[in-house]
Design a protein around this ligand. Structure first.
Ligand code: ADP
Ligand code: ZN
Ligand code: ZN
Length: 799
């Protein structure tokens, strides 16, 4: 008997093995690995993925049959299935969550499926079944199994295709259209028999005679042909009403096409070396280390062009949204509509459309953020990760994968190189390059020998001692003044990591706290409210101190909103734009701000870390960092790395064209090595210094780490389980392995849940994998008792 192995989606009962189900006779020839099915599970019906097909089952008892086939074409291909299996193992997560992560969001929600015939014979068959031609909505349940089988054959032999349309969005994108059923000669003939005064019919016929493709009904309306005329046309058999699915175009602006630039020698060396690996099908990982403005992006573009020339596809990964508008425009200017984009500012529907273009082979180049690493591209020629050090490449929730690891896995599968690009590579990557595991490619100079910006460090302790009236130091104020006079542009960055503004009562010292979390509330001026950035709690700003009744409640710390006000006050004639989470919440607003600033409609761009990456504005000659060290005191061993990286990146925004750039960094720790070395933008020196710190502290990349988080609404429960796990680890792991904790997280209570964590540090620990896998399975029992356990292999976040 043919049997399908199905991985089922049951949240509280997960295992990484599959269950066996009988395949009903009529589905035997249709069902494929990678399709989703509905199967009985206990008394429920659940969705599952078919992961294998075989003739027999080990299972002796009575097998239940599959109830329904959701897909008639696999949504997970062979490669992704293998990848999911590896990922589940590597990230200590369940196979089902890995599979779910790989398919686009739209697939997981409700979709309408339309069957579109591609050949005349298929059209005839579809016609017979549905009594209609071009495309029909398809629903499994309405059809008998023989029909299902026929359609499945059409799909599998590519005689017909499915178009998936999100049902919610249908109304937005389905537009009424008209297809002509007559040619010019026929139209002319019909016209002769029309009454002279039937002018709108005459006009309609003229249009229909020339029509080569469907026209929107709204277009006809514009040409003064109304619905009743169209109806007459339909009744007379001149035309047919259809709907056009307007493809949601994620590219909002048109892009001019550009030609490859003549490469500088270092760029040329990098491109040639990578091209060679593509041709030789070597899964080499390259570390492309190039200072800001050294032309890394041009290297990516030419490498991609080469992959395409060889008939291959390419994947370019970029950090979260921040730098997508500029980089995607550059990509599109070279590769036009071969490019598909996948990022989080797109709607579910847009991403879904793009996924289909990739899956069907229309799109050959994919540009996207973290999850795009799963794009179902065939025949990959190269995978590029820009700003490889960026922490958005690591997923914070299950499955906690790092994009870099997935990229390297896929490169092995496709025998293609991976290019990791950065001005400030992660220490892990740089150390691997040092060991020869990655091949290092260097772009040490800026294009056209533009000088790196000159960096000044301002000691804010002195500024305050000298009675600085605002958070902007005198040197920074003078420098801004100077640029404004020269009509050059300025970027001011506020480092917001862990730096929120709070409210303090000047009479009694009370700071309003979130009732659900152990954190103070943040003041939001636009809504005059206090909000919690962790759980979303919000309350109106009180007029009086809730503790002592005093009216002296004042805002402390600086938010980007306050900075914008200060700047407006100091420079009343300057135009200021602000970019932070509050101003970029609406779709497209991020792009608009960048565009406005790029077209020099504003003099000063004020913002958070968001503005640090990737932006390329030639007229920016001054970058100011208001509080360079707000992340330095954090209890996270990567604080220095993050600070160095951020300062180097943001400094790289200055002086990218002919004018010399200047950077002013305000800090309370002017002597800290991360700040001193950011001044000279000396990555190599930073790497050496930081590696020593890591070695002494037994941190990555010298040690591997795993973080285990235990959380519960009952603090005692969380602690109890945390100690149990600690005991298990101590018993099972070797003595050389370091187990830290349990300790409360930096913010112990979030949304009324208590968080504790354990850190495991090790160099070689053969028992670890099994121990943690056991823990993963046991976590489900604990979850039933209200304690959640999370395992994070190589965490990026320790707080
Ligand atoms: P990075 O990605 O390393 O920060 P970019 O690729 O953005 O650097 O390059 C910086 C600037 O130099 C861009 O404006 C780019 O168009 C330009 N550029 C890059 N390569 C060349 C080249 N070979 N010749 C001329 N200009 C170049
Ligand atoms: Zn008070
Ligand atoms: Zn809260």
């Amino acid at each position: 008997m043919p049997i399908a192995q199905v991985v089922v989606d049951v949240p509280t009962f997960q295992i990484n093995t599959s269950y066996s189900y009988l395949i009903p006779a009529n589905l035997v020839s249709i069902i494929k690995v990678g399709m989703r099915v509905v199967v009985p599970f206990g008394r429920r019906q659940v969705v599952g993925f078919v992961v294998a097909l075989n003739d027999n089952s080990e299972f002796d008892g009575q097998l239940k049959p599959i109830i329904e086939l959701i897909d008639l074409k696999p949504v997970i291909n062979e490669e992704l299935l293998q990848l999911a299996q590896w990922m589940a193992d590597d990230t200590y997560s369940f196979l089902i969550s890995c599979l779910q992560t790989m398919i686009p969001g739209g697939m997981r929600t409700k979709v309408k499926k339309y069957l579109v015939p591609n050949t005349p014979s298929a059209e005839e068959m579809v016609n017979q079944i549905f009594g209609k031609k071009d495309k029909v909505e398809y629903q499994n349940k309405q059809l008998d199994s023989a029909t299902t089988a026929t359609i499945a054959k059409l799909i599998q032999t590519k005689q017909a295709t499915f178009e998936y349309i999100l049902s919610k969005k249908t109304s937005e994108i389905n537009q009424l259209a008209i297809t002509s059923l007559i040619d010019e000669a026929q139209a002319a003939k019909i016209k002769q028999h029309l009454k002279k005064n039937a002018t709108s019919q005459q006009r309609l016929l003229t249009i229909l005679g020339r029509l080569t493709e469907p026209i929107l009904q709204s277009e006809l309306t514009k040409q003064k042909i109304n619905a009743s005329t169209i109806k007459v046309g339909e009744q007379n058999g001149w035309l047919q009403k259809t709907t056009i699915v307007k493809n949601r175009d994620p590219f909002r602006q048109e892009v001019q096409s550009t030609q490859p630039l003549k490469l500088q020698p270092d760029q040329d060396h990098a491109v040639t070396t990578i091209n060679e690996a593509i041709i030789q099908q070597q899964p080499t990982t390259f570390l492309l280390e190039g200072v800001t403005g050294s032309g890394k992006t041009e290297v990516y573009l030419q490498v991609i062009a080469n992959a395409l020339k060889l008939g291959k596809t390419a994947l370019l990964l970029v950090p979260e949204i921040t730098l997508t508008p500029q980089i995607t425009n550059r990509i599109r200017s070279r590769f036009g509509n071969k490019v598909a984009m996948l990022h989080s500012a797109m709607s579910v529907g847009e991403r879904f459309d793009e996924w289909q273009r990739i899956e069907s082979g229309q799109a050959k180049v994919v540009v996207g953020v973290r999850s795009a690493v799963f794009a179902p591209l065939d025949n990959l020629g190269v995978i590029i990760m820009d700003e490889e050090h960026d922490s958005s490449y690591k997923q914070a929730d299950n499955p906690r994968y790092h994009t870099r690891d997935v990229a390297k896995w896929r490169a092995q599968y496709h025998h293609c190189p991976v290019v990791l690009g950065s001005a400030t590579p992660s220490l892990e990557s740089r150390a691997r390059a040092y060991k020869g595991i990655y091949q290092r490619l260097l772009l040490p100079k800026r294009i056209n020998d533009h000088a790196l910006p000159h960096v000044d460090i301002i000691d804010m302790k002195n500024e305050i001692a000298n009675g600085a009236p605002s958070d902007l130091s005198q040197p920074l104020i003078s420098a801004i003044d100077d640029r404004l006079q020269k009509h050059e542009q300025v970027i001011l960055m506020l480092n917001r990591r862990g730096y929120a503004s709070f409210v303090l009562c000047r009479s009694c010292g009370h700071v309003p706290q979130c009732p659900n979390c152990d954190i103070s509330l943040t003041y939001h001026k636009d809504t005059n409210s206090l909000r919690c950035h962790y759980c979303g709690f919000s309350q109106p700003m009180p007029n009086k101190c809730p503790e002592c009744g005093s009216e002296k409640l004042r805002q402390h710390g600086m938010g980007s909103q306050r900075l914008e006000e200060d700047v407006n006050q100091l420079f009343p004639t300057a135009k200021v734009v602000r970019m932070d989470v509050d101003t970029t919440r609406k779709k497209g607003s991020h792009e608009r701000i960048i565009q406005r600033f790029g077209q020099q409609e504003a003099d000063i761009l004020v913002g958070t870390q968001m503005i640090a990456k990737g932006l390329d504005f030639p007229n920016v000659t001054l970058v100011g960092v208001l509080n360079a060290d707000s992340a330095l005191e954090f209890p996270d061993f990567r604080s220095s790395e993050r600070t160095f990286e951020l300062l180097t990146q943001v400094a790289g925004r200055a002086g990218r064209a002919d004018k010399q750039g200047n950077v002013i960094i305000q800090t309370f720790n002017p002597d800290h090595y991360a700040i001193q070395l950011a001044k000279t933008q000396d990555y190599e020196k930073f790497y050496e210094t930081e590696m020593k710190v890591r070695q002494q502290g037994k941190y990555s990349p010298y040690y591997y780490t795993v973080k285990i988080t235990i959380s519960s609404k009952e603090e005692t429960q969380a602690l109890k389980v945390a100690y149990e796990i600690q005991q298990t680890l101590v018993n099972q792991l070797s003595e050389q392995t370091i187990i830290l904790g349990p300790t409360p997280k930096m913010i112990k209570r979030v949304n009324n849940k208590y968080y504790y964590q354990l850190i495991v540090k090790y160099r070689r620990e053969p028992e670890l994998h099994l121990t943690l896998t056991d823990l993963l399975y046991d976590a489900q029992n604990k979850a039933k008792k209200g304690v959640q356990i999370g395992i994070d292999n190589e965490p990026l976040d320790f707080m």
